[in-house]
Design a protein around this ligand. Structure first.
Ligand code: MRU
Length: 380
């Protein structure tokens, strides 16, 4: 059932127009096939060599897809979790509300255990649970329909949110600017545009040209495999560097801004993102380059006071020692530490770009204001 579209080779270079029929930006990162009762994702572990679309029907398949990063990036994980929990609800066979809500809660907890750091996972699951709890007076088929609508709303909002983040980010840039980015916070990490890459994609729509440097992002290479791929597909002047080359590129004077995404932002602005991000922020401070975090308010966790309270995912040792090598490249028995994320201290961050504007230090005040604005909109 899984469709595979093979690509012959990865195209290197800048400003390349890729045949529109094969343009990765034309593929949905995450969608729902309600008729088939399947979560449909682009398998990101295969990119850039193969565009493989997976139809996931069981909860263990969906859990594995999130854990293995077949779908990844905080907003995309949230969208996948929303569709995933709707599919779980759809399969619950009972007309008894108490039994339904108990099974829904179990399914929610199960999906929530797939990855610990990106708050969008629990945020999306909580949104669906709330719908089921607040509509306990309705029939089970009616509740299932409401859950379907909510999961679709999460995706649609993600597109709109990313576009707004892109607009705010773009307002800082001028044609020809050099931007350094880490991991993939692009369309492949969201439903459209991305967060850190949204200003670049929007800028392209308006005929602007930027020069983007992508850190390869050890150990899972989201920068090398994904950001470069989607930026080339958009005709962006893109250069791939190893993570340890960032300071040289900055010193050369090629970088005007550093833009990265985020997986969880604490109320004081401490921002957790892909491992390696905080080192870039330290470099940015040393060289006087503005360092911006771009993310939706769904990634800001106002329940967490500082970055110290954020759970950092640790991943298998084999990602470092074996994954990209024909033969294991490190001695057997060597101790390995493989944290997937780090926290950038708020004082290193020039601004946090959300769909409600750009928060500036002190973040404990500016983020609170952003949420007041958001909540006022919701209650209108
Ligand atoms: O482990 P990943 O690939 O899910 O990590 C992704 C990141 O760190 C992104 O920068 C973040 O989720 C923001 S995506 C818009």
């Amino acid at each position: 059932m899984n469709a595979i579209i093979s690509r012959n080779k990865f195209i290197h270079g800048a400003n390349i127009n890729i045949n529109m029929n094969e343009n990765i930006l034309n593929y949905e990162t995450v969608s729902l096939d309600d008729k088939e009762s399947a979560l449909v994702i682009l398998d990101q572990t295969r990119l850039p060599n193969e565009i493989k679309i997976l139809h996931l029907k069981t909860q263990p398949e969906i859990w594995q897809a999130i854990y293995k990063l077949q779908v990844r990036g905080a907003p995309a994980i949230g969208v996948a979790a929303g569709f995933g929990l709707y599919l779980a609800a759809k399969n619950i066979e009972t007309n008894n509300y108490d039994s339904f809500i108990k099974q829904l809660y179990e399914a929610k907890e199960y999906l929530n255990s797939s990855r610990p750091t990106a708050v969008n996972l629990s945020w999306a699951l909580n949104r669906l649970e709330k719908i089921a709890v607040n509509n306990s007076n309705k029939s089970i088929p009616e509740i299932k329909n409401l859950l379907l609508a909510e999961s679709i709303a999460i995706k649609n909002e993600d597109i709109e949110t990313c576009r707004k983040i892109g607009e705010y980010g773009l307002s800082l840039l001028k044609d020809g600017d050099g931007i350094l980015t880490h991991c993939n916070a692009g369309q492949l990490a969201t439903s459209k545009y991305g967060t850190a890459l949204a200003p670049i994609h929007l800028g392209r729509e308006r005929g602007l040209n930027f020069r983007v440097f992508c850190d390869e992002t050890r150990p899972l290479l989201q920068g090398a495999r994904l950001s470069t791929f989607e930026l080339l597909a958009d005709g962006v002047n893109t250069t791939l560097i190893c993570d340890n080359m960032a300071s040289q590129v900055i010193k050369n004077g090629w970088v005007n801004f550093i833009f990265t995404g985020c997986d969880r932002v604490a109320a004081n602005g401490d921002s957790c993102n892909k491992i390696g991000t905080s080192g870039l922020a330290i470099l940015a401070k040393y060289y006087g380059i503005p360092f911006y975090i771009l993310g939706p308010t769904s990634t800001i966790d106002m329940n967490i006071k500082t970055g110290r309270d954020i759970i950092i995912e640790e991943r298998p040792e084999s990602e470092i020692t074996d994954l990209w090598y024909q033969k294991r490249m490190a001695p057997e028995g060597i101790k390995i530490y493989n944290p997937a994320f780090d926290v950038t201290d708020n004082e290193l961050i020039t601004g946090i770009i959300t769909e409600f504007g750009i928060a500036r230090p002190p973040y404990s005040e500016s983020l609170k204001k952003i949420f007041e604005q958001k909540n006022a909109g919701l209650s209108r």
